[in-house]
Design a protein around this ligand. Structure first.
Ligand code: 9WN
Length: 439
């Protein structure tokens, strides 16, 4: 009889293969029928465990949509016939920017930059493979160009921290953090064009963002469009303007990945090292919050930290940002969660009145976040909690299946039999496979 681990591994591989299309992978068949940016990085991370060629094709396909200014959009709309997702490429209308990719068509915003560190993960197992070496020479400058976009157009004051102007760019679209960042900003009738959501017909509407949040999402798209998606007017005008913890921590981690891989192959990394020298202290000085005991996002529009405990701060660990003392503080909250009989790691603090164990990013456990936190904890030698983080996500998938995200309360297992969001989910399969293969 096959062991549980072998069953999970096989199922994970099957899901990755089933969600694979023509050289790229959709996060979930119906809910997200295109190629998403950071999901694609995690897909490659999964594929590299059993098919290097597919991992390479995945990233190559994502970068086929790179804009002239360097941006990798949050979505590549490889199929123009797919109708189950809003907003589609027509709504984004990226032709307003003369350097936007039109083949594939894309969205007009970006997502957390994961490809630098994914490339480094691939190098760990395939570093000597000539096919991989060839790929590095093709992709290295493209990833660097993406980071250059972030350190120029998204950092007009040259602080070493990139801003985001749409919650979708954070990857954590519906986090309660953004309620604070909007700070009373509401969309009034007539501010935005008419539109029809599709997400709430594909997933349980009670788990999805509220209508007023979608109105804001659409408003911010219109604002981006007005400024060709890269104009300085976005920085000057956007009601939502944030230096995000996760986004910048993964940028720093990806810089490190590029520096390490670049050095291994004798490539020039001086520009990336210069970014890194500015970015790490900027992150530390501007985003640490003593009161919360965690790194927090900075609201550039209202010039203040968003003082809330939220999971994004934990990606500082994988980027090697906190001092050992601060890392210890981060660890203690995870221990508290574990002692309260919660699965690690809820995406928002369970004591906060805005915590919701079911709704997108307002509390549930997310598989790719556990992968990031697991590696962060290992980096600081917190091996016991690293194991909890890894085993919790494996246990959740074993119990509920390969869902997009999960309820953090262990107690609900007696009454609930499903996870939340999309099923047969790509990043869930990818990180489970990677965690098992590299145990
Ligand atoms: C908008 C694809 C994406 C993830 C995000 C997740 C969710 C999209 C949506 O799905 O966002 O980008 O329509 O809700 O929040 O992190 O990349 O899996």
């Amino acid at each position: 009889m096959e062991s549980n681990t072998a069953v999970l591994k096989n199922e994970a591989k099957e899901i990755l293969l089933k969600n694979r299309r023509d050289g790229f992978t959709v996060p979930s068949e119906k809910l997200y029928p295109f190629q998403w940016n950071w999901d694609s990085g995690f897909a490659a991370l999964g594929f590299k465990n059993f098919n290097l060629e597919y991992a390479i094709e995945e990233i190559r396909s994502m970068f086929s949509g790179q804009w002239q200014n360097g941006m990798i959009a949050h979505i590549n709309f490889h199929s123009e016939n797919e109708t189950t997702y809003f907003p589609n490429f027509e709504f984004w209308d990226t032709q307003v920017n003369s350097g936007a990719s039109q083949k594939p068509k894309t969205g007009g915003i970006t997502q957390p930059p994961v490809f630098g560190f994914v490339l480094e993960e691939m190098a760990k197992t395939h570093g000597n493979d000539p096919v991989f070496k060839e790929f590095v020479s093709e992709i290295f400058s493209k990833i660097t160009h993406f980071h250059r976009f972030l350190y120029t157009i998204r950092d007009p004051k040259n602080e070493g921290l990139a801003f985001i102007f749409h919650p979708w760019e954070s990857g954590r679209d519906n986090s309660p953090l953004w309620d604070y960042a909007y700070d009373g900003f509401e969309v009034k009738p007539g501010d935005i064009p008419a539109y029809t959501r599709k997400d709430n017909t594909q997933a349980d509407p009670s788990h999805r963002p509220l209508q007023k949040d979608y109105d804001r999402f659409v408003y911010l798209i219109e604002l981006g469009k007005k400024h060709q998606y890269d104009g300085i007017g976005i920085f000057e005008e956007s009601p939502f303007l944030v230096q995000d913890t996760l986004f910048n921590a993964l940028l720093i981690k990806s810089n490190d990945g590029l520096i390490n891989v670049g050095k291994q192959y004798g490539l020039d990394v001086t520009e990336i090292e210069a970014w890194q020298q500015k970015a790490k202290p900027a992150f530390e000085n501007k985003l640490w919050c003593e009161e919360i005991g965690n790194y927090v996002c900075y609201d550039l529009r209202h010039n203040k930290q968003i003082k809330q405990w939220e999971i994004g701060g934990y990606t500082s660990l994988i980027a090697g940002i906190p001092s050992p003392d601060k890392a210890q503080l981060l660890l203690e909250t995870l221990v508290e969660f574990k002692e309260k009989d919660l699965f690690v790691c809820p995406s928002f603090h369970t004591d906060n009145e805005k915590f919701d164990p079911k709704r997108y990013w307002r509390g549930p456990v997310w598989p790719q976040m556990n992968w990031l936190i697991y590696h962060g904890l290992l980096r600081y030698g917190f091996n016991e909690m690293a194991d909890v983080t890894k085993n919790d996500i494996i246990a959740l998938v074993e119990y509920y299946g390969f869902y997009e995200y999960f309820n953090p309360f262990k107690s609900v297992q007696s009454t609930e039999s499903k996870g939340y969001g999309g099923h047969s989910f790509t990043w869930t399969a990818a990180v489970i496979l990677d965690l098992i293969e590299n145990a």
